[in-house]
Design a protein around this ligand. Structure first.
Ligand SMILES: [Zn+2]
Length: 235
């Protein structure tokens, strides 16, 4: 049978837990916003990187096209010279040069085509990244609105719980136990207290002696001999 003292300590423990939860939720708000902001920034950076890649790939494709045009000009020139060849030997040499130039042209053409395809692919990937940014920006707005909407309520809840905790703390008399409570709250937050269930500390599973249980049931506040928490007996 739990004493009134134990019930008072149990109530304090419950209130501390609720207060801890409310404080945690409140502190999570700015963190959630910061995570969402970082995601937006990463999406923006990805777009900038993509734009640079697009620029470079287009430049590469343009250079190849320029090279191709200059090969075409060479071919026209060589074909003109072929018609003016003064000997069979010269004609054969020209023919050979034209053949080589045609081969070069074909391979540059192929490379240029691949480069243009690659440039198109890189450019189309930008759309996906822009859609991703939009989604991340919307998410940030949602999180901001959600956090802002919850903030006032949470602050009111915390103020109310703090008042209730202060009231419940009166179960602890001034002196050693009050000092121990102060230290334990700093170290363990809401878990400054622990229930004793079936003669065991629920925080560290240490067995509580019969003698200690008797003392607790006759109005003494005890700290667990193992983990140091303030113990209370539950039914
Ligand atoms: Zn313990």
């Amino acid at each position: 049978m739990a004493t009134e003292l134990s019930r008072g300590l149990q109530k304090l423990h419950e209130l501390l837990r609720k207060l801890g939860e409310a404080e945690k939720t409140l502190s999570q708000g700015p963190r959630r916003i910061s995570v969402a902001e970082k995601a937006v920034k990463a999406a923006r950076d990805a777009i900038e990187a993509q734009k640079l890649e697009i620029k470079n790939s287009r430049k590469h494709a343009d250079e190849l096209n320029l090279k191709l045009r200059s090969k075409e000009t060479d071919l026209v020139k060589l074909t003109g010279m072929l018609n003016q060849a003064s000997s069979n030997k010269e004609y054969d040499i020209m023919k050979g040069q034209i053949q080589t130039a045609k081969g070069d042209q074909a391979s540059i053409e192929e490379i240029a085509l691949t480069a243009m395809e690659a440039a198109d692919e890189i450019a189309s990937a930008l759309k996906g990244k822009e859609a991703d940014l939009k989604q991340k920006e919307q998410h940030l707005k949602d999180v901001q609105a959600e956090v802002q909407a919850a903030e006032a309520g949470l602050k009111a809840t915390i103020a109310e719980l703090e008042a209730q905790v202060a009231q419940a703390e009166t179960v602890l008399s001034a002196g050693d136990i009050r000092n121990a409570y102060g230290r334990l709250r700093l170290a363990h937050g809401a878990e400054a207290l622990a229930a004793a269930e079936d003669s065991f500390c629920t925080s560290c599973s240490n067995k509580i002696t019969t003698q200690d249980l008797v003392r607790m049931n006759t109005g003494t506040i005890l700290l667990c001999r193992e983990c140091g928490r303030i113990l209370y007996v539950v039914d």
